[in-house]
Structures are given as structure tokens and as C-alpha cells.
Design a protein. Structure first.
Length: 268
């Protein structure tokens, strides 16, 4: 079964942000500011890309969506960072309504629309476990009888970490958060044009059956200076430096190495 992932990389959509801008020009200026782009690239390199490289099942397609106005030096840097990932396809799009463009790209990536597929979304500062794609497919096989009876179903791995990354390494706390963006997948039956981007992730269970797994940590959500959902005075989350054992777990489960994080953020 085809697995398709979607990652927005500073795409200046119309809508889709909780930080409001009056014009698309203001949004582009905000998204492409030097300080913000430098943080996004460092997090993408330190957190997101390692988990994609370590997937135990490498048979997946990863759509990375950028704006067609992204400056050339940023576009070149993104291509360089993802050059060793054959799963990645970078799509440059003009500003359009957020959900419309994402739905179009997901449907366009389906190799056979008459066959079912599995979809997930991944923010450019988050990570999933190295076994995420493998477990998505395994769940679809194990629950084939159920999935045959529904056009859509969510597959939610709800245990993970909130983490902060910087020159001093990784600070994190373990948590259980149902229907978070990272490690939330969706089964789409053959013929349906609805995608994981048709639904707000935290309300996806209002629209379809869901399968939930809480056995092991499956995601890392980065807290940083530019989290869109945390710009309105969100309550801070207490995090603590990883222990030596936790550093090994982050490296093993997610491919995120503390020494690499320190190096990437050294002069931040």
C-alpha cells in the first residue's frame, strides 16, 4: 500500500496559520525573515530529516511544499539537505488556499487512485519514530477487515515527547497527546479524494473510525520560537535535559543525536 507524507516548509498559504497577516506580502515577509528561516533550517536538519533517513520501511513518498517565491539561496539549501533522500519531492506552489493546495498535491501523488493508500503529515520541526512507516503498513494489514468497510480511518500513535533543541542539546518531557499532528496517519480507500488535509488533526476522530496505539514513543514535537500554534500565549511546557539513557533512546528511536543537535545549533 502506498504511503504518502506531506511537509510544509514555510509555504505562504492563504489561511492555515494561527498567526494572522493582513496581506500575503506580510505573510511572506514574516515566513522568509532571516531569523525564522535559519531556525527552520536548523530544526529541519537536526530533527526532521534524521527520522526520515532512518525509516525501517523506506518505501514512502515525501512531499515537501514550498512557496514559488522562496528565495533561491533557501531553495538551494533545501535541495542540498534532502539530496540523499530519494523519497523527497519538493513542490513549489504559488499562494493558494491552504487545504486546497495540500489536498491537490496528496491526490496527485497517488500512483493508482483506485487503490487505497496511507497518508501522514509532518511539520518541518517535528519527528516520527524510525518504525513509523513500517507500523502504518502493519496496522493496515492487521486491520484489513475493518478498513475494507470504511472510506477513511485514522491511525494514531499518541505517545511521544515535547522537546526543545539548541546549542546545549535537547530538553524534553514525555507525554501522551491524542490526535497530534506527528505520527497521525490516515487510511484512504481507493476512489476517495478526501485526504488527511481535509480534516483538522485534533478533530479527525469526529469524521471517521480511529485506531489508537500508546505502547511506545512515536513522535517528537519541537517547541521553539516560531511555533504557529503557540504564538498566542500558550502555557509553557516544563522540559528537562535528557539523561544519558534518554539521549540513547532519542538516537535509536528517532535518529536524533544530541551531539549533532549541539553542532547544528552551535553558533545560533
Amino acid at each position: 500500500m502506498q504511503v504518502i507524507g506531506l511537509c510544509r516548509f514555510s509555504y505562504p498559504a492563504l489561511g492555515g496559520f494561527q498567526v494572522v497577516h493582513e496581506t500575503i506580502e506580510e505573510r511572506i515577509a514574516y515566513l522568509y525573515s532571516d531569523a525564522r528561516m535559519e531556525e527552520r533550517f536548523r530544526l529541519f536538519e537536526a530533527v526532521t530529516l534524521p527520522c526520515l533517513r532512518r525509516q525501517s520501511d523506506p518505501e514512502f513518498d515525501m512531499l515537501v511544499v514550498i512557496g514559488d517565491s522562496l528565495p533561491r539561496h533557501h531553495r538551494d539549501r533545501l535541495h542540498d539537505l534532502t539530496a540523499d533522500l530519494p523519497q523527497v519531492r519538493i513542490h513549489a506552489e504559488p499562494p493558494r488556499r491552504h487545504r486546497d493546495v495540500m489536498k491537490d498535491l496528496l491526490n496527485g501523488a497517488r500512483k493508482d487512485r483506485d487503490q487505497p493508500c496511507l497518508q501522514f503529515r509532518l511539520d518541518d520541526d517535528d519527528a516520527v519514530a524510525a518504525e513509523f512507516v513500517e507500523r502504518l503498513r502493519e496496522t493496515a494489514r492487521d486491520c484489513a477487515t475493518l478498513l475494507e468497510k470504511t472510506p477513511m480511518a485514522a491511525i494514531d500513535f499518541n505517545r511521544g515527547y515535547i522537546a526543545e533543541f539548541g546549542a546545549d542539546g535537547i530538553r524534553a518531557t514525555a507525554t501522551v497527546n491524542p490526535y497530534a499532528t506527528a505520527a497521525l496517519g490516515m487510511y484512504a480507500a481507493g476512489g476517495t479524494r478526501r485526504t488527511i488535509m481535509n480534516f483538522a488533526h485534533h478533530r479527525i476522530h469526529h469524521h471517521m473510525p480511529t485506531l489508537t496505539f500508546s505502547d511506545v514513543p512515536m513522535w517528537v514535537r519541537s517547541h521553539n520560537g516560531y511555533n504557529d500554534s503557540r504564538q498566542g500565549g500558550a502555557k509553557p511546557v516544563e522540559v528537562a535535559p535528557l539523561t544519558a539513557q534518554q539521549e540513547q533512546e532519542f538516537a535509536t528511536i528517532f535518529g536524533i543525536r544530541t551531539d549533532s543537535v549541539r553542532a547544528i545549533f552551535r553558533d545560533a
